[in-house]
Design a protein around this ligand. Structure first.
Ligand code: MN
Ligand code: MN
Length: 302
């Protein structure tokens, strides 16, 4: 096996274990901040880096919610909780997500998102039109009486790149091209009882360096270089900036955003405030077949 393949697999195993830990620990009264930080430390303990901040998106929040430095939110039932996390081993990434319900009656929605991932995984193979994967997701979700989220999609990945150019749509689409052997994909169906698309909130806590172009201000340029050295193009949390560089770092981070050196990912909310469920796996397409590195659905088998 190639070194690269070993690293994709190692990252996948770590993401799988971290989601297993999430299932054990998520409970009524859990602090989102504590949960995110303990999952991030667990990923480090297992020998990877978080490929992005742990996302804990609840109910109508579809994605990109990661607790801020002084986040006081706790999980209160009824809640449909998406845990989306990533592990990076030397830049080789696993991106995986599960949905956990707390005292919620949305079992059918959650089971539908789960089934949509399983169905998508039957379709995705080298040579297949990625639109076919979207079509299968859309059919599975709509047949169950829900909607897929049409403006969120899976994505190809490469070393240090979470979105390396191709998409895996959640609806039928002809815009995505074909999957090829040698590519790696995150497949992530989202199902909702809302309108079927997400809108951006004003705020967010997840960032990535978008360009290394100097600003001419010493501290900003120092921080920009440090952020690139640590995370390359991968997303990072303002919590991590605060931990390392305190309030001064936080202020500089905001300036880097306004100067368009750093990109902020806004929180994404379902447009009709529908409840959202999501499952996600990372799949490596090899000449000899498809390797599921994260196998999140196995976490739910007894
Ligand atoms: Mn993800
Ligand atoms: Mn993803």
């Amino acid at each position: 096996m190639s070194d690269e393949l070993e690293k994709w697999i190692a990252a996948g195993e770590i993401a799988h274990k971290a989601l297993g830990k999430a299932i054990e620990t998520v409970d009524e009264g859990s602090s989102l901040l504590h949960l995110a930080e303990s999952l991030e430390s667990y990923i480090r303990q297992l020998g990877a880096e978080p490929a992005f901040p742990v996302n804990i998106s609840v109910n109508e929040v579809a994605a990109h919610y990661s607790p801020k430095v002084e986040d006081r939110a706790i999980l209160q039932p009824p809640a449909v909780v998406k845990i989306d996390l990533g592990a990076s081993v030397d830049g080789f990434i696993a991106d995986a997500a599960i949905t956990i319900t707390l005292g919620s009656s949305h079992t059918s929605l959650v089971e539908t998102a789960k089934r949509a991932l399983r169905e998508a995984e039957h379709v995705l193979k080298p040579g297949v039109d990625l639109g076919e994967v979207g079509k299968r997701i859309e059919t599975t979700v709509t047949m169950a009486g829900f909607k897929p989220i049409k403006n969120l999609s899976g994505h190809s990945m490469s070393r240090y790149s979470l979105h390396s150019g191709k998409c895996v749509p959640n609806v039928s689409s002809s815009a995505c091209g074909r999957a090829n052997a040698g590519e790696v994909y995150a497949v992530e169906p989202f199902a909702t009882n809302g309108r079927g698309y997400v809108v951006e909130e004003e705020q967010g806590s997840i960032y990535r360096v978008s360009t290394l172009k100097v600003t001419g201000e010493d501290y900003l340029d120092f921080l920009l270089r440090e952020l690139w050295r640590r995370y390359r193009g991968l997303p990072f949390s303002e919590r991590w900036v605060h931990r390392e560089w305190g309030e001064r770092g936080m202020e500089a981070l905001k300036k880097l955003v306004s100067k368009q050196r750093v990109q902020l990912y806004p929180v994404l909310r379902e447009a009709g405030n529908g409840v959202v469920a999501q499952f996600e796996d990372t799949l490596v397409l090899t000449q000899r077949g498809v390797l599921n590195t994260t196998c999140v659905l196995e976490l739910f088998k007894r």
